[in-house]
Design a binder for this molecule. Structure first.
Ligand code: SAH
Length: 471
C-alpha cells in the first residue's frame, strides 16, 4: 500500500521540515502489524513528494490469534496488505505524529500556512462507491480524481470492485490534510482492525476538530468511524451538536464566564453550590452523581467535604457526568486529579455521557445533582432526560436548579427578552418550573419541595429556583 503527498510550494523541500522526515533518507518504522517506510521519490525546489509505504504482514496478524473456523483461508489471504485502511491511519499517526498535531519546530509559520498539496492513494476501498468518496472529500474543498480498479482485467465479467486509485488536491495546512486522511480512510473502508471503544470518540473529535462539525456527512462519518456502535455514535454526534449550538466549546466556556459575570453581583454561583451542598449533606448521601457537571465546581466541594468527613460518614463515590469532553478535561485539570491519593482517585469518577440516554454506568446513586443543566436541553428531549433521571438512575434524592426567568429584568446588563446564556433553550417562570416539577414528581413517585436561591425579590422572586425530589 502506497500513499504519496506532494507539494509545489516553493521551496518544495520544506515538506521535509513539515513531516519531520529528511528528504535524503529512507526511514523505517516497525509497526505491530508490519512495517512503515518513508522516502522521497522526488525532492527538488519546485516539487517534492514524500511516500509512505506500508507493508502489512498478514501471517503476523494471524499469529497468536484463535483460529477462525468459518473462513480459514480468508484470514491469510485478504485485501489488507494492498489497500488503504485503518492500518494506514495508525501508521500516519505514528510516523507523522508531529505533523498531524500541526507542530513544526523549525518552520512553525509553515505549519500554519495553506500550501498546495496532492495526495495519491494507490488503492482506496470506497464502500459506497465514487459518490460516497466525493461526499467525503469535496465538502472539505478537495478536487477528487478517482479511477475505478476492476477486479481482474482477464475476467471483466467479475465486474467492478470497491477499490479506486484516488488523487486528492487541495491548498491547505498539512496538518488538516493528515487529519482528514486519518479519519476518512477507515470511514471509506468501513472497517477497523482493532477494537473500537469509548476512547475512539475522543480520537474522532480530536482529529475532527475544526471540520467534522460542519461536514454535511458528519453523522455517517461518526457512524462508520465508530463501527456502527449506536451508543458511541450517539455520544459523538451529541457532542458535535453541542458544539454546533455554540460554534465551539471555547466559546461555550467564555459564555459561561459571561453568565457568571452577569450574575456576579450576588455571586449567585457560589450561593447555588452552597444551597446544593446543604441539601446533599443533610441527606447523608454516600454516592452522589453530578449530572452535567461542567468544569467540576460541585465536584470540588464534594471532594473537599469527603476529605474532611469521618470515614464512616464519608461520601464514598463522587461521579461527574457531562457530554462535553472539553468540560471534563478542564474539570480534570482544575481538580488536579493526578495529584490525588489513590484512595481519593478511586472515589472520583468522570464519565462522558449524554443525559438523554440511559448509561449502564449510572446506577446505584443515592443522590443526583442537576445544576443549571435542564435549560441546556431541547424541550422535546426533556422527557427522555426525565426517564433517565427518575426511572433509570432513580436516586433517593435529586436536586434540580434552573434560572428563574422572571428575575432577568433585575440584571442590568441583560438585554430585555434575552436568556442568560446563549446556549439556553428555555428559561422558566416560577410557575412553569413548579408545574413541570410537580408533574414529574407525581409521574415517577417523588415528593417535591421548592427552594429559592439568591436574594429574594418581592416582585420577581429569586434568581435561581431549586426543586428537591425525594422518594
Ligand atoms: N452544573 C455545572 C455546569 C452547568 S452548564 C455548574 O453548575 O457549573 C451546563 C452543562 O451541561 C454543560 O457543561 C454542558 O456540557 C452540559 N450538558 C448539556 N447538555 C448535556 C447533555 N445532553 N448531557 C450531558 N451534559 C450536558
Amino acid at each position: 500500500m502506497l500513499l504519496t503527498i506532494s507539494t509545489t510550494h516553493i521551496p518544495a523541500t520544506d515538506l521535509g521540515y513539515l513531516l519531520h522526515k529528511h528528504p535524503d533518507r529512507l526511514q523505517c518504522f516497525p509497526m505491530a502489524f508490519g512495517q512503515a517506510s518513508v522516502f522521497y521519490p522526488e525532492a527538488s525546489a519546485e516539487r517534492c513528494t514524500a511516500a509512505l509505504l506500508l507493508d502489512v504482514d498478514p501471517i503476523g496478524l494471524v499469529r497468536g490469534k484463535s483460529k477462525s473456523d468459518d473462513r480459514p483461508i480468508e484470514q491469510y489471504v485478504n485485501d489488507r496488505p494492498y489497500v488503504a485502511s485503518s492500518f494506514l491511519s495508525v501508521a500516519l499517526a505514528k510516523v507523522f505524529r508531529t505533523a498531524l498535531s500541526g507542530h513544526c519546530k523549525d518552520r512553525p509559520e509553515l505549519a500554519e500556512t495553506a500550501i498546495p498539496l496532492t495526495v495519491k492513494l494507490s488503492v482506496l476501498p470506497c464502500r459506497g462507491g465514487e459518490k460516497f468518496l466525493r461526499q467525503m472529500f469535496e465538502p472539505l474543498g478537495y478536487q477528487v480524481t478517482a479511477k475505478p480498479l476492476i477486479l481482474d482485467e482477464q475476467f471483466p465479467e467479475w465486474g467492478a470492485s470497491p477499490y479506486f486509485a484516488v488523487e486528492l488536491q487541495n491548498t491547505m495546512r498539512l496538518a488538516d490534510l493528515l487529519s482528514h486522511l486519518y479519519v476518512l480512510i477507515p470511514v471509506l473502508d468501513d472497517d477497523k482492525h482493532y477494537w473500537v471503544g469509548d476512547d475512539e470518540i475522543d480520537k474522532l473529535l480530536r482529529h475532527g476538530e475544526g471540520w467534522l462539525n460542519s461536514h454535511p456527512a458528519r453523522q455517517q462519518i461518526a457512524d462508520r468511524y465508530l463501527k456502527r456502535q449506536r451508543r458511541l455514535t450517539r455520544l459523538a454526534v451529541a457532542q458535535l451538536a453541542e458544539e454546533d449550538h455554540t460554534d465551539s466549546e471555547k466559546v461555550e466556556v467564555s459564555r459561561a464566564l459571561e453568565e457568571e459575570v452577569l450574575e456576579q453581583r450576588i455571586s449567585l454561583n457560589e450561593q447555588r453550590l452552597e444551597a446544593v451542598m446543604t441539601v446533599l449533606k443533610a441527606s447523608g448521601a454516600q454516592r452522589v452523581v453530578d449530572l452535567g457537571c461542567g468544569e467540576g465546581k460541585l465536584l470540588r466541594l464534594l471532594l473537599a467535604e469527603s476529605a474532611l468527613a469521618k470515614p464512616s460518614q464519608r461520601i464514598a463515590q463522587i461521579t461527574g457526568v457531562d457530554v462535553s469532553f472539553r468540560a471534563l478535561e478542564i474539570a480534570k485539570e482544575r481538580l488536579q486529579v493526578d495529584r490525588f491519593s489513590p484512595a481519593q482517585q478511586s472515589r472520583l469518577q468522570l464519565i462522558q455521557s449524554s443525559l438523554i440516554y440511559r448509561d449502564s454506568r449510572l446506577t446505584d446513586f443515592d443522590a443526583a445533582a442537576v445544576i443549571e443543566v435542564i435549560e441546556h436541553l431541547d424541550l422535546e428531549r426533556l422527557a427522555a432526560f426525565e426517564r433517565v433521571l427518575f426511572e433509570f438512575i432513580r436516586p433517593k434524592i435529586a436536586i434540580v436548579t434552573t434560572p428563574n426567568i422572571e428575575y432577568n429584568v433585575r440584571f442590568e446588563n441583560l438585554q430585555a427578552g434575552k436568556f442568560r446564556h446563549r446556549d439556553h433553550r428555555f428559561e422558566w417562570t416560577r410557575n412553569e418550573f413548579q408545574t413541570w416539577a410537580n408533574k414529574v414528581g407525581e409521574g415517577f413517585g417523588f415528593g417535591v419541595e421548592f427552594r429559592s436561591v439568591g436574594s429574594e425579590d418581592l416582585e420577581v422572586g429569586s434568581p435561581t429556583q431549586m426543586a428537591i425530589f425525594t422518594r
